[in-house]
Design a protein around this ligand. Sequence first.
Ligand code: AMP
Length: 369
Amino acid sequence: MTATPEVQPGSTLGIVGGGQLGRMIALAAANYGLKVHVFAPDDDSPAFDVCAMRTVAAYDDVEALTRFAAGVDVVTYEFENIPAAAAEALAAKAPLRPNAGALATTQDRLAEKTFINDLGIETAPFRIVDTPDDLVRALDAIGRPAILKTRRFGYDGKGQRMIRAEGDVDAAAILAEFDGAPCILEGFVPFEAEISVVAARGPDGAFAAYEPCANEHRDHILAVTRVPAPGIAPQTEAAAIGMARRIAEALDYVGVLAVEMFLVPQGDGPARVVVNEIAPRVHNSGHWTIEGAITSQFAQHVRAVCGWPLGDPARVGGMAVEMHNLIGDEVSDWAGLLAQSSAHLHLYGKGEARPGRKMGHVTRLLPKT
Ligand code: AMP
């Protein structure tokens, strides 16, 4: 690096969003001597426990956003559903990393899939669905099974409905469940595994990817991440990382991003990679990197958004890594997990262990078999 970066140890990093991702970014930033100011709407946000300054205000409070951004040296975010007007207000006062264009592209499944296809990267086949007639036509074109998804604000399987191969389809009734929200219909991808590539890009174009990890979901929520991804062919791994790099470059991305992918078996050959979605932020499938990689995804994100050299994403010393989310009352076993010598326990400081709520995670480094 030639020029002195504009952000130095002692500078202030602004984080929009106060959940566990913001909390873990803040912890990594503190390790580098940065001060952290968190902006979040709930006054019991997990990230507030570990930051120097907080603003409690709504994401559409432009005045509060402007004041917040004016007081920090660089702004990042931990979730992608930031309104466009908020992104604009932030970017007017401080460098917003990743940029507002990355948010706009990834907030809308139609814009996202179109962008990915325009790069020559495969996604599930899809059609726009705004009306019952659209749905009937889309099902004719794509076939069943298929998945209807809202274009915006979906996460952990929310805003999705599977349309099975058998039985009648009442298009009007199905769409009524979505309250008139704009949707897309996606063809069902017959995948053998789900993986993600977590990677970072700096303002100077430097790029560093973690090796792909395999993700297992339960009830649409990530349950387990394994690294290395079992059985992944070297060609598939290289293709997946290459896609993440093209996506990051085309978005002129700065920070950590995650690209979720399906692996589709292809006879005896290496699996085909189909991109599902892009998360313009640190990601649950990257939590294994805290103990499992030389540089954690959170440290890497801080380095990238500050314009600092990226760290080494390599997995530590020949160990396989498994990350298990602690969802709902699974967290009640925290003392038992502490008693296991191989378990690295992370608790997010959330009060009530509601079903489906991510309360913490545990990472184990295992001798590679
Ligand atoms: P999403 O909210 O798009 O990440 O979807 C949540 C989960 O639903 C994915 O991780 C997959 O397990 C499943 N899923 C979503 N879209 C598809 C698809 N087109 N084909 C097969 N499974 C899918």
